[in-house]
Ligand binder design. Structure first.
Ligand SMILES: [Zn+2]
Ligand SMILES: [Zn+2]
Length: 266
């Protein structure tokens, strides 16, 4: 069944309006579609929503208007450093996009130069940077328990296109695995996110394959999402990623249907 709950629009850093996204989803035969605009982050307005009430009203309007054709859900992608009022949304995705250093925020996924800038703050030591990222993210996941954990190893976004900082470092892989195991104790649903594939940064989804095996061994709940910023990419790489998940041994993903997260066979 085609579904996606990680969807961005022109309310934040997406390309299309919410209604264009809905129409594209209906066109592709989607059964349900959830919106997850970036929660307003005071420290960086470049990518997030600045008019939250307008977003909420518009998604509610679309939910009603298209209810015969598709299930629409009002979600949000909050950040470890920009929390939402959870009661306003039907689900939340919890993500971490930056590190905080001496009261300043440094984006890890905007561009490679930004990542290097953050790395420099941690003595150009990939392990120190990764430790800070995963420690903060993991604490957030365990305390906040978001419905969905977004792109767990986002920090590895540029590993394929640029000089590898993390994957070629054994210590990093052990560290990511250790934090993942901790985070899985939250019992949250973890995203298998194809967003970086659609934007040409990676050929494989988040999290990295080695972490997918850890997730399988620990009976993780997973959900497939395209982290969509462009209506043409709503189901980007879904077929290939399902095959990958099956090869690793996953039998089910979760979907949001009739207002409930339920298991669906892959
Ligand atoms: Zn994100
Ligand atoms: Zn996103």
């Amino acid at each position: 069944m085609l579904t996606n709950y990680h969807t961005h629009t022109a309310f934040c850093d997406g390309r299309d309006t919410a209604e264009e996204m809905v129409l594209a989803a209906i066109d592709k035969g989607f059964k349900s579609l959830g919106f997850s605009g970036h929660m307003t982050a005071e420290f960086d307005k470049s990518y997030c929503m600045t008019d939250l009430p307008a977003y909420i009203n518009e998604i509610k309007r679309l939910k009603e208007k298209y209810k015969k054709e598709i299930e629409i859900y009002l979600g949000i992608e909050e950040d470890t450093y920009a929390l939402c009022d959870r009661s306003q949304f039907e689900y939340i995705i919890g993500s971490c996009h930056e590190v905080k250093f001496q009261n300043n925020f440094y984006a890890l996924d905007s561009n490679y130069e930004g990542l290097l800038k953050a790395l420099a703050l941690f003595d150009n030591n990939a392990i120190k940077l990764a430790e800070e990222y995963y420690k903060v993210f993991c604490n957030y996941i365990l305390s906040r328990k978001p419905d969905i954990v977004g792109h767990f190893d986002l920090i590895t976004k540029f590993e394929e296109k640029e000089k590898s900082i993390f994957f070629n470092n054994k210590e990093y892989n052990a560290l990511a695995e250790r934090y993942l195991k901790q985070a899985l104790k939250s019992d949250c649903i973890f995203e298998i996110n194809t967003g970086a594939i659609s934007r040409g940064y990676r050929t494989t989804p988040y999290p990295a394959e080695s972490l997918l095996y850890v997730m399988k061994q620990n009976d993780a709940k997973i959900i497939l999402s395209s982290d969509c910023h462009d209506k043409r990419m709503l189901d980007c790489n879904f077929t290939e990623t399902r095959e990958l998940l099956k090869d690793i041994g996953f039998k089910h993903t979760y979907i949001l249907l009739n207002n409930e997260f339920v298991k669906e066979e892959i």
